[in-house]
Design a binder for this molecule. Structure first.
Ligand SMILES: *Cc1c(COP(=O)(O)O)cnc(C)c1O
Length: 341
């Protein structure tokens, strides 16, 4: 099943090469021992250079669609230090597309910070428009309004939703699981399927694609999506909708169940105080993990996901776990003061 190139994409589905693939599948031996897990890490933090992270896999499909539609400007949104917005800005620059980023911040009149992802957005030449958290709640309407404005000025816009998380973007993570299946077939990670895949969940597209791909390619029984902001019911509804949309684009994908104890479960216990705010314990674990493994996590996403593994280590004792490292380094560097170093 994994021998079909590009499966499950329909023949002719366009994809632009943005990510350096396959990403490594590694064993952090001392961290695995500390957790008491047969732990492996999929290094999707190494899908590229400054543009790296999980968003690049989604953008391979989304920006190919933009190019096919002859777009010349891409509009998307996210938090002020959004990894997705940064990856989009840099990928657009590489493809000769303009980008407009609607970024959420408490005070849009404050000057843009010269730190983290925002530095890279500006380097890439993206047009940054700051919006309030209230405006952000209406993000889909706002994205459409900006697209109309750009169309009126003679440009052809392409809207990428928050996180690149729609059915098409999620197929990037179906393909990621096909990539893991090929690695297992080559004998990597002992060649055996996993009990569980664990990753950070912020807009749901990675979760939707990962559970579909894990089932389609027999990579794992279950996926644990660790929420970094909203609660489990909110994410389950969102992921369910993205799964349904992805299955209309690739009907050969299996049905999957979403919910507590299902094939895709959302863990809301490691959300921390707020989006992009980690607890002191989560921050301490970021330091511990770096020292045990050389893996650098971030306080917004991957640090919370790994923290959930620490919380569940006893319950998962001895299990084969694949942790997807989704990136986020600029978010860590923007919060250097939060770490007690
Ligand atoms: C966006 C992001 C996630 C979450 O992925 P979603 O598909 O939005 O749920 C996880 N980790 C990092 C580093 C991210 O930038």
């Amino acid at each position: 099943m994994s021998s079909l190139p590009g499966f499950p994409l329909a023949a002719g589905t366009p994809r632009v090469r943005l990510a350096h693939l396959p990403t490594p599948l590694v064993r952090p031996a001392r961290l695995a021992e500390q957790l008491g897990l047969d732990l492996w890490v999929k290094r999707d933090d190494t899908t590229g250079g400054a543009e790296a992270g999980n968003k690049l896999r989604k953008l391979e499909l989304l920006l190919a669609d933009a190019l096919r539609r002859k777009a010349d400007v891409v509009v998307t949104c996210g938090g002020l230090q959004s990894n997705h917005a940064r990856a989009t800005a840099l990928a657009c620059a590489s493809l000769g597309l303009q980008s407009v980023l609607l970024l959420r911040t408490a005070d849009p009149s404050a000057p843009l910070p010269r730190a983290g992802n925002v530095v890279l957005d500006r380097l890439a030449g993206a047009e940054v428009r700051l919006i309030t958290p209230e405006q952000y709640r209406e993000r889909d309407r706002l994205l459409a309004e900006v697209a109309s404005e750009l169309r009126a000025s003679g440009l052809e816009p392409y809207v990428v939703p928050e996180g690149g998380s729609n059915g098409l973007g999620a197929l990037g993570y179906v393909l990621a699981m096909a990539e893991v299946r090929r690695q297992l077939e080559l004998g990597l990670a002992g060649g055996r399927r996993f009990d569980l895949v664990v990753h950070a969940c912020g807009s749901g597209g990675t979760a939707a694609g990962t559970v579909l791909g894990a089932r389609a390619f027999d990579v794992a029984d279950r996926v644990l999506a660790v929420a970094v902001c909203d609660d489990a019911p909110t994410f389950e509804a969102r992921i369910g909708a993205i799964v349904a949309e992805a299955r209309t684009l690739a009907p050969s994908l299996p049905e999957v169940t979403v919910g507590r104890g299902a094939e895709l479960e959302v863990d809301q216990g490691s959300r921390g105080p707020a989006y992009a705010v980690a607890t002191p314990e989560q921050l301490a674990r970021i330091t511990l993990v770096a020292r045990l493994s050389g893996l650098v996590l971030d306080p917004v996403y991957t640090g919370k996901a790994m923290s959930a593994l620490f919380e569940r280590a006893a319950e998962l004792r001895g299990k084969r776990v694949l942790f997807v490292h989704t990136g986020g380094l600029p978010g860590l560097l923007a919060q250097g003061d939060a770490l007690a170093l």
